[in-house]
Design a protein around this ligand. Structure first.
Ligand code: NAG
Ligand code: NAG
Ligand code: NAG
Ligand code: NAG
Ligand code: NAG
Ligand code: NAG
Ligand code: NAG
Ligand code: NAG
Ligand code: NAG
Ligand code: NAG
Ligand code: NAG
Ligand code: NAG
Length: 693
């Protein structure tokens, strides 16, 4: 372990009081009870008693059912007591759904490509308690159905509850105290709820590594098989080492996917700093690297059961390694994985042809269609990884010949992509250069072109950002490369893209449109976790799947706003190992104030930015003493003064008139924003006041 400052990497979670805990959705206890009765079928006396506690009793009279609502998506093992049974051969059944759409008298929503999942049934006797076996933990459900199957008898139940199985490595004490290490707040309550729902979604995706997806139907049940009976399901496959693992979705796939980690990991960093389980998750991918350097599309058992290789997901594992290092400062992990990283990058570079671009020959990606050839998304991601790889080589002081080739390869990718794939009429990149030229201008490649800085200029980034926004529909940003799809995953990169292009208002508006109005507040949703994909017309249909009940409603890849609002809205970024250096660059995007904070192994970081009446800004920040960084403020108009106060020493520096020239920079952005930079700040507490004339 590498020592950083006073705090060791790899000890237990850093815990401290954070404000705004009223938004936190994580339960404080592992014992969960339903919040309300959603619906009663048949005759049930005192159905609501089962929401209240241990002693109350509910009687199912004859054939009947109750749907209970937990008020939010939860995960766990069901238990109930049977206090009375009037007959001899009575059964109680339990089933689960995330969306109210799939509540059914037949069973659960689905985890397989076809059909629905069967209910769990118990033959019941009075005076007994029944608890689902461990492999029947359900990783995502808001609604729980309780069925009684006998038309003549009555059964009385008590103490219906769920033992919460997500984040299994947290102790009961940690849960009781609160696991949040980061916070976010602004004056728009819906945006606050989005931030915390993202944090909670990632928690439902953090599971017991021995409770992964067994993929029992891989290659057997699929969209073309006609399933009539509900299917058995269970979760008992070991998918990683360690005590917790980050998977794509709570209900399914319950597998480690490098693409999903790309969004989840930064979300976890800013909200709970639950970083050690991420290393176990990454390791479960890295152990599957083959001798060519190829890293798996997904972890076990999928990564070994199907010989599918994805150009992009392979690269995402590399970004995941760097992000883990950036957030934790764990240098030895970077050193340990560097050979794996270089071998993998070498494999990716073997696809670069004489055009300067990589030619993708396998279609596996985030379930978009048509991934192949000189694809813009793939090349932007490769450009991004090369830029990161150059940073890592500097950190590790690797000056080998192989490393020395990267800057040239990267710049050739940028030049060739802009030359061959840019469509100046639409201000967007085409999907590829396959002849005849495609009309498809994908969301993924265009968002990634900005995120990776493949555009090479803020003016081009701003044009792409505008063109992407012009395509929004009533339910969000379309991903035409995946049919009539809205992808919360790819839209997470689009959010970053709007901020990076200096168009924060577009990012704030898209957050509200997609994650607020639809993904939280639509009654078909869980009002607590984010869905993996849906249709441009607002149907809960995701183009790659023909079985709608299968869609996951708690998908880590849909949590983009959580890290994006903190990194780009509040503007609180770590720029090297665990925040040894940092950047505060707020962009309010139409909001009046934003506050955010998080902790790393080096200590606490927080910032707050307020718009002042005259159009100026008031930025406060607090960072650990051992660190250093800079504040960058974008503004429109004429700068009158900049005042920096060190609150620890009371020192104040006020610049106005010509003295401002040292800190002022005209941005090349077509948004006409200018930037002032206060650099070389030692860690501590500051206010920075910018006034316009
Ligand atoms: C209750 O009855 C309705 C209408 O028949 C049905 O759609 C629903 O699936 C039933 N719910 C349960 C939990 O059985
Ligand atoms: C079941 O409960 C109903 C309503 O309380 C009652 O009328 C009926 O007699 C009971 N049936 C049996 C078999 O106990
Ligand atoms: C899909 O299911 C059908 C019917 O069971 C089977 O014949 C077919 O091979 C399966 N397809 C795949 C790709 O597994
Ligand atoms: C499934 O049902 C459809 C429509 O009834 C039929 O055309 C198809 O052959 C069936 N497929 C299988 C695998 O039985
Ligand atoms: C998983 O659970 C199923 C159903 O109970 C069981 O058949 C199977 O043997 C279990 N697998 C493991 C690895 O425990
Ligand atoms: C657990 O770690 C060992 C040693 O690195 C490795 O061989 C094994 O594949 C890992 N298991 C999983 C499920 O990742
Ligand atoms: C180029 O893009 C179009 C649109 O996505 C797609 O249909 C086509 O298959 C792609 N070409 C290759 C070689 O993948
Ligand atoms: C990409 O590689 C494949 C397989 O080698 C080849 O068939 C195809 O023509 C190449 N595409 C381009 C755009 O060079
Ligand atoms: C983006 O790329 C251009 C061209 O290489 C470079 O001048 C600029 O500094 C880059 N911007 C960032 C933020 O890295
Ligand atoms: C954002 O939404 C607000 C309120 O609807 C609207 O006034 C503004 O023009 C929008 N801005 C952008 C860039 O979308
Ligand atoms: C959604 O959840 C929030 C708490 O996060 C609650 O205040 C609100 O009432 C809920 N909305 C609905 C429609 O249940
Ligand atoms: C700036 O904000 C801080 C913290 O909210 C506050 O204490 C201070 O008075 C503000 N300064 C001005 C000039 O508004």
């Amino acid at each position: 372990m590498k020592l950083l400052g006073l705090i060791t990497v790899g000890t237990t979670l850093v815990q401290a009081q954070v404000p705004y805990t009223e938004y936190v959705l994580t339960p404080r206890s592992r014992i969960l009870r339903p919040a309300s009765v959603y619906n009663v079928n048949g005759t049930v006396s005192n159905a609501e008693q089962l929401t209240t506690g241990t002693t109350a009793a509910t009687t199912f009279v004859g054939q009947s059912a109750v749907t209970y609502d937990f008020g939010k998506n939860v995960a766990g093992l069901v238990s109930f007591n049977v206090s009375d049974v009037s007959g001899q051969n009575d059964h109680i059944g339990i089933s689960f759904t995330e969306s109210s759409l799939w509540i059914s008298s037949e069973g659960c929503d689905a985890t397989a490509d076809s059909g629905i999942d069967e209910a769990l049934w118990w033959a019941v006797q009075p005076g007994m308690q029944y608890t689902a076996e461990k492999q029947y933990q359900r990783g995502g459900f808001r609604y729980l159905n309780v069925y009684h199957n006998d038309s003549t008898d009555n059964v009385t139940l008590a103490d219906l509850h769920v033992y919460y199985t997500a984040v299994p490595h947290y102790t009961d004490e940690q849960l009781a105290e609160g696991v949040q290490t980061g916070f976010f707040h602004c004056e728009d309550d819906q945006i606050n709820r989005v931030w915390y729902a993202g944090a909670y979604t990632n928690e439902l995706c953090t599971i017991d590594p021995t409770a992964g997806n067994s993929l029992i139907y891989l290659g057997e049940v699929n969209s073309t098989s006609n399933i009539t009976e509900p299917l058995p399901w269970y979760n008992n496959y070991t998918i990683s080492n360690g005590t917790a693992v980050l998977v794509d979705g709570g209900k399914r796939d319950r597998l480690v996917w490098p693409g999903d980690i790309l969004i989840s990991q930064p979300g976890i960093f800013v909200s709970t700093y639950d970083m050690e389980m991420l290393r176990d998750s990454l390791d479960s991918l890295l152990v599957l690297q083959n001798t060519s350097g190829a890293l798996p599309y997904a972890g076990r058992p999928f990564g070994t059961a199907l010989p599918v290789w994805s150009f992009t997901y392979h690269l995402h594992s590399l970004t995941d390694i760097y992000d883990y290092y950036l957030y934790t400062g764990n240098l030895s992990y970077l050193e340990q994985t560097w050979d794996i990283y270089k071998l993998a990058l070498n494999f990716s570079l073997s696809f670069v042809d004489d055009t300067g671009l990589a030619n993708v020959t396998t279609s596996a990606d985030w379930l978009r269609f048509g991934m192949g050839g000189h694809n813009i998304e793939a090349n932007a991601i490769l450009y991004y990884v090369l830029t990161t790889a150059i940073k890592i080589a500097n950190i590790l002081e690797d000056t080998s010949d192989f490393v020395e080739t990267w800057p040239m390869i990267a710049s050739q990718i940028r030049i060739a992509a802009n030359d061959r794939l840019w469509d100046s009429e639409l201000n967007l990149y085409r999907d590829n250069d396959t002849q005849p030229l495609t009309d498809l201008h994908p969301q993924d490649g265009n968002a990634w072109a900005i995120v990776s800085n493949l555009t090479g200029s803020t003016a081009r980034s701003s044009n792409v950002s505008r063109a992407l926004q012009a395509r929004w529909g009533p339910y969000g940003a379309p991903a035409p490369e995946a049919g009539s799809t809205v992808s919360p995953f790819i839209s997470g990169f689009e959010l970053q893209a709007h901020y990076l292009a200096g168009r924060p208002e577009a990012a704030v508006n898209l957050t509200k449109l997609m994650w607020g109005d639809f993904m939280l507040d639509d009654p078909r949703m869980t009002n607590s976790t984010f869905i993996e994909g849906y249709s441009t017309n607002g149907d809960l249909h995701y183009a790659p799947y023909s079985n709608d009940p299968r869609i996951s409603h708690a998908h880590g890849w849909a949590t983009g706003p959580t890290s994006t609002l903190t990194f780009f809205g509040a503007g609180l970024q770590v720029t090297s190992a665990a925040g040894q250096t940092w950047l505060v660059e707020p962009q309010l995007g139409g909001l009046q104030y934003i506050e955010a904070g998080y902790q790393t192994n080096l200590g606490s970081f927080s910032t707050s930015t307020r718009a002042m009446e005259d159009g100026g800004l008031n930025v406060t920040l607090s960072t650990p003493q051992s660190t250093s960084g800079e504040v960058r403020i974008r503004y429109h108009g004429t700068l009158a003064s900049l005042t920096v106060t060190n609150l620890d020493t009371g020192t104040m520096t006020r610049r106005s008139g010509e003295a401002l020239d040292v800190v002022k920079r005209q941005s090349s952005s077509s948004e006409d924003a200018q930037i002032v930079t206060v650099s070389d700040l030692q860690g501590g507490n500051y206010t920075v006041i910018l006034q316009l004339s």
